[in-house]
Design a protein around this ligand. Structure first.
Ligand SMILES: NC(=O)c1ccc[n+]([C@@H]2O[C@H](COP(=O)([O-])OP(=O)(O)OC[C@H]3O[C@@H](n4cnc5c(N)ncnc54)[C@H](O)[C@@H]3O)[C@@H](O)[C@H]2O)c1
Length: 254
């Protein structure tokens, strides 16, 4: 009898923002195929719950509370991965925050927090992981957004942070190409996750501006589709794919 054989993986990877949404879907996908995971999230209980779900399905994961914009937390999380597994193969930078806000009403604190989590957090995780990824010829996958590619309304902070993530991706891809580390980014349009609730149109918004961010296929994306793309970009079979920006957007940037 011929059965279905799922591919098995041996990668060790931290996934940030792993409590709900895209990060959780990524952890479940990699966990189901044998990877060893660190599920990192500001929401420590959520991160542990994701890890428990991976483990209940026969995978290998641990949950870790931490703030990706905090140097100490990032160093601690990567050190824990290395203590447990002695290596690091893939880094999935998924954690992110944002909102719609009229620019004059954007506080410096909120601007700094969005840049701090989305851009600086991605940088800190990458900086900590890169020396170890050189050893394994590993991969970083950053989740950016179509808001980093084309202008979205009322998202000066979020769009700037995601545009920054794209240039960070390309800068690292260039710097590390000869050392065998690949760095790629994904730009989704709207994905059906809790973050969507943070994006409420501000009072007095110009409705017409939102038309440009509705994809022509009219779909919100399942987080599992983004997890699938992260797995694709991390795959050893994509050995020459680096500095790539993969849009998964129902055609919204066409
Ligand atoms: N959902 C969408 O429509 C969409 C579209 C494009 C891009 N994205 C990006 O995808 C990524 C994942 O978002 P999601 O849709 O799964 O949202 P989500 O809100 O479901 O998940 C984001 C996770 O990041 C965590 N997080 C926030 N700040 C953190 C910090 N400082 N340190 C560690 N963890 C932190 C949150 O606790 C949350 O668990 C984000 O970077 C987001 O910008 C989402």
């Amino acid at each position: 009898m011929v059965g279905i054989v799922l591919p098995t993986r041996s990668e060790v990877l931290p996934v940030t923002g792993a409590a709900p949404g895209i990060g959780r879907a990524t952890a479940l996908r990699f966990g189901a195929s044998g990877a060893s995971l660190c599920c990192l999230d500001l929401d420590a209980d959520g991160a542990r719950e994701t890890a428990e779900t991976v483990n209940a399905d026969g995978g290998d994961a641990f949950g870790c509370g931490g703030d990706v914009s905090d140097e100490v937390d990032v160093k601690g999380a990567v050190a824990t991965v290395l203590e447990r597994h002695g290596r690091l193969d893939v880094l999935a930078n998924v954690a992110g925050i944002g909102h719609f806000r009229h620019t004059p009403e954007e506080s410096l604190a909120d601007w700094s927090r969005i840049l701090g989590v989305n851009l600086t957090g991605t940088f800190l995780m990458a900086r900590e992981a890169l020396p170890h990824l050189v050893e394994t010829k590993g991969v970083i996958v950053n989740v950016a957004s179509v808001a980093g590619l084309t202008a979205h309304p009322y998202t000066a902070a979020y769009g700037s942070s995601k545009g920054g993530v794209l240039m960070l991706t390309k800068s690292l891809a260039l710097e590390y190409a000869s050392r065998g580390v690949r760095v790629n980014a994904i730009c989704p349009s709207g994905v059906l996750t809790p973050i969507v609730t943070q994006f409420a149109a501000p009072d007095g918004a110009e409705e017409i501006l939102f038309q440009r961010i509705i994809p022509p296929n009219g779909q919100l994306i399942d987080p599992g589709e983004i997890a699938c793309a992260i797995e694709f970009l991390a795959s050893a079979e994509m050995g020459n794919m680096t500095g790539a920006v993969l849009t998964i957007d129902g055609g919204v940037t066409l």
